[in-house]
Design a protein around this ligand. Sequence first.
Ligand SMILES: *Cc1c(COP(=O)(O)O)cnc(C)c1O
Length: 364
Amino acid sequence: MKHNVDFLYPHVLVDTKKIEENARHLVSVCEQAGISVMGVTKGVCGAPPVARAMLNGGVHSLGDSRLQNIERMKNAGINARFCLLRVPTPSEARFVPDLCDMSLQTEPAVARMVAARAREIGSVHQVILMVDVGERREGVMPERVVEVCREMASLEGIELVGLGTNVACYNGVLPTYENVRILVDLAREVRDRLGIELPVVSGGNTATTVLLEKGQMPRGVTQLRIGEGIILGTDISASRTIPGIHQDTIILRAQVAELQRKPSAPEGRRGLNAFGLCQVVEDRDVRLRGILAIGRQDVEPSGLKPLEKGVQIVGASSDHTIIDLEDYPGAIRVGDVLEFGINYPACLRLMTSPYVQKFYVSRA
Ligand SMILES: *Cc1c(COP(=O)(O)O)cnc(C)c1O
């Protein structure tokens, strides 16, 4: 396939039409359960074309974990409601109300700083209190929720609009009817005891969409925050693809810089490699091997999937990726371009690397 971008390698080719269609599908699935979708852009560093695709697909707001990414989208003229997903540090607090309409928070001391800045600029900043239902990343423990809500609700300058939770990110705790239900029950308890409306019950991320497919989403969840599912059509926490949407949204294209036939086994007394590891090598005799000008600084090599038969990734150092092309069926030469599908960790690093060009296409 010929693209108009055959001059700078390596690059990623992002198909914003497919991402838009993914967003539209997930928005519609969620809508049927009374759930609105926050499109999460951190996996692409807040790339404005992807943010626009999500909005065209119908997401009701955008979330990102980094203020810089939110600033990037605003500077690109993206007009949306923005939510900061990572709980702000004290040093970030005073930028939060200026850049974001909403944020996820867990520390009353930081909420107080955010509230103070919101009062300064004459706005009211919305806050979702994150609750830990088992994942042990951010969030207050359930037994403290009422007390922390009382404290946050008393702050002038912020409005406590809901409770949220997150699973399947660090410890990989899977979403279940039971653990999401904890959040719904807590929201009801806070409404009853404190008389706060709490319209938002933000039930989770991409992983939690599986509960919709299985018909196990507790009633009362009003929002999901979805990144990976929209961007890549996958749910890495369950090693699955999401049915009915595109997975070939972003591909990596890299040019062969060296192509040589050489023994696959190293020769010489060996220590550790540049990453402090002892590389395990399978001796496959002499093989045709290629070098790609991309490495661990730019990508997680295990997250690349060659799109052509006969291409095998041997491994990578900081800025070289070694590929085995012995079984490549056709002719191959230096300068030829190989294409790879990517998973979430690879996507994150590729989009972050300034050494990887980004091209956006929209193939309707
Ligand atoms: C990253 C993140 C999300 C989105 O996660 P995906 O798996 O990409 O859908 C949602 N909420 C929070 C708090 C996050 O940090």
